[in-house]
Write a protein that binds this ligand. Structure first.
Ligand SMILES: [Ca+2]
Length: 73
């Protein structure tokens, strides 16, 4: 399902791009995640200022950002 205004990352044949999907560890595996995830989101006021590790998010409305809870600096 594609929701208008969202970026499709395509089919997800496996979960290897998460560090530990089965253990609910949704950190990105740097060698495995699709590059398009780095700009699939747009940061907007009200979004979290940091990811799950405390890494800073853009902080400016409309700035491309990693989709999801983790970003890889
Ligand atoms: Ca991170």
């Amino acid at each position: 399902m594609i929701i208008p205004g969202n970026t499709s990352l395509g089919e997800m044949p496996d979960t290897s791009w998460f560090a530990g999907y089965a253990q609910a560890d949704f950190h990105l595996n740097p060698a495995m995640y699709p590059p398009s995830i780095e700009t699939a989101a747009s940061w907007m006021s009200g979004d979290p200022g940091n990811d799950i590790d405390g890494h800073s998010r853009p902080g400016n409305d409309g700035t491309p950002d990693f989709a999801g809870a983790d970003l890889v600096p």
